[in-house]
Design a binder for this molecule. Structure first.
Ligand code: NAI
Length: 385
């Protein structure tokens, strides 16, 4: 089978997330890195792209040049990843969808709910795939957790407890550093800082594994560093449409915490616990029995887990491999689209524009509820009410 052609916008030299996308997209030999506009500085972007192996005429100086250049080609890219700063996601994603490209957009997908709804409508009208990179849902054992919950291994889900707490913005002496400061400035970051950056991963994970959507929420938000306008810590209570109670903590001042994404799900007949920093183990406690440690790669896991693992048991698989599973799903979705057939259901797990939109509605509800002393608010986008 010929490889699909992949392009990236952003993710230039020294960027945080660019390398994980390049590793993830290349891992299964399903995509070939063919085009890019990698940097906000045209010359640096063009030069870096060529160093990474792009042809000189497909290493573009801007996303606008890339759109114009790729649009006219018979061998145009099959998928464009948008890995630029948040405030540019909407404009770039919309422009590429309208021109008939499939897009994988980094989170948060947009800055407002209205933009999110527009992206959902635009993707639908264009008949193109628009995915959002909640890449941690690609982990094999997260997918197994979802499959276990769906087949009833822990019974009806009562409670989900999720968190994403790190300590990398805890240093008051560093608060004025321009690389940190913009994140807490409403003019650049929007209505929320820590929840929009990290909390949405935890909330999306709760929806992904339970198969339920968040309906309403109540938030307590604080800026532990008083110089900050936006929150650096939030505690969010929520309720899901299947009756599940949700608890979420997110923080950027939790000194000693590194990445800090984790989730626990408690049902009527069992509990499950998983943490991003030890992603190769899933803890399963069936009611009244002994604690079991499920290892990634062991026998008799779900088809979803088997499909999303590559390295033999006992060897660690990490974050770029989770991203690779999002790309693997997207390759299957794009090939199914090209061949006019149904896609493999075990691959139909990649996060959608609809998920990105739901996150934006939750971001706005968290910011508003925080201002109103934790008032419970509808967390659904108007489009889904
Ligand atoms: P960064 O600041 O480290 O890198 C941004 C890159 O985009 C730079 O190379 C910059 O030159 C380039 N860029 C900026 N404007 C551009 C434009 N108009 N055209 C082309 N290139 C442009 O940022 P980082 O941390 O890599 O974040 C990028 C995005 O990825 C953000 O939206 C962030 O929220 C998201 N992210 C997602 C993660 C995940 O787990 N899904 C983890 C980390 C970041």
């Amino acid at each position: 089978m010929t490889k699909l052609k992949w392009g990236m916008i952003g993710g230039g030299e020294g960027s945080q997330i660019g390398p994980a996308h390049r590793l993830g997209s290349g891992l299964d030999s399903k995509f070939e890195f063919t085009a890019g506009a990698l940097d906000h500085r045209p010359e640096e972007g063009r030069e870096y792209g060529q160093r990474l192996g792009l042809a000189s005429d497909r290493s573009y100086g801007s996303w606008q040049d890339m759109l114009a250049g790729e649009k006219g080609r018979d061998d145009r890219v099959d998928l464009v990843t948008v890995a630029t700063p948040n405030s540019t996601h909407y404009e770039i994603t919309k422009a590429f969808l309208e021109a008939g490209f499939n897009v994988l957009c980094e989170k948060p997908m947009t800055m407002t709910v209205e933009e999110g709804e527009d992206i959902v409508r635009t993707a639908k009208a264009a008949g193109k795939i628009c995915a959002v990179n909640y890449g941690y849902t690609g982990y094999s054992l997260v997918r197994h957790m979802k499959a276990m919950i769906a087949r009833g291994d822990i019974g009806k889900v009562r409670l989900v407890n999720t968190e994403f707490a790190h300590g990398h913005h805890a240093n008051a002496a560093d608060a004025d550093n321009p690389r940190v400061r913009w994140r807490y400035d409403p003019a650049q970051a929007g209505v929320s800082a820590q929840f929009a950056d990290c909390g949405i991963h935890a909330m999306h994970m709760a929806s992904f594994v339970t198969g339920q959507e968040v309906e309403k929420l109540s938030a307590d938000i604080v800026s532990c560093l008083p110089v900050r306008t936006l929150e650096d810590d939030a505690m969010v209570n929520f309720r899901m449409d299947g009756g599940t109670v949700g608890r979420l903590w997110t923080s950027s001042i939790a000194i000693g915490r590194q990445h800090g994404l984790g989730i626990q799900v408690f049902g009527e007949t069992g509990g499950l616990r998983w943490s991003q920093e030890q992603p190769n183990q899933l803890y399963y406690m069936p009611l009244g029995e002994r604690l079991q440690v499920i290892e990634r790669g062991e026998a008799n896991l779900s088809p979803e887990a088997d499909r999303s693992t590559r390295v033999t048991i006992g060897h660690a698989e990490g974050m770029p491999l989770a991203f690779a599973n999002i790309y693997k799903d997207l390759a299957e979705a794009i090939n199914a689209q090209k061949e006019n057939r149904d896609m493999d259901p075990a691959a139909n797990l990649y996060p959608r524009a609809e998920d990105g939109l739901r996150s934006m509605a939750a971001v706005v509800a968290v910011a508003e509820s925080g201002k109103q002393d934790g008032k419970w608010l509808d967390a659904r986008p108007p489009m889904f009410r």
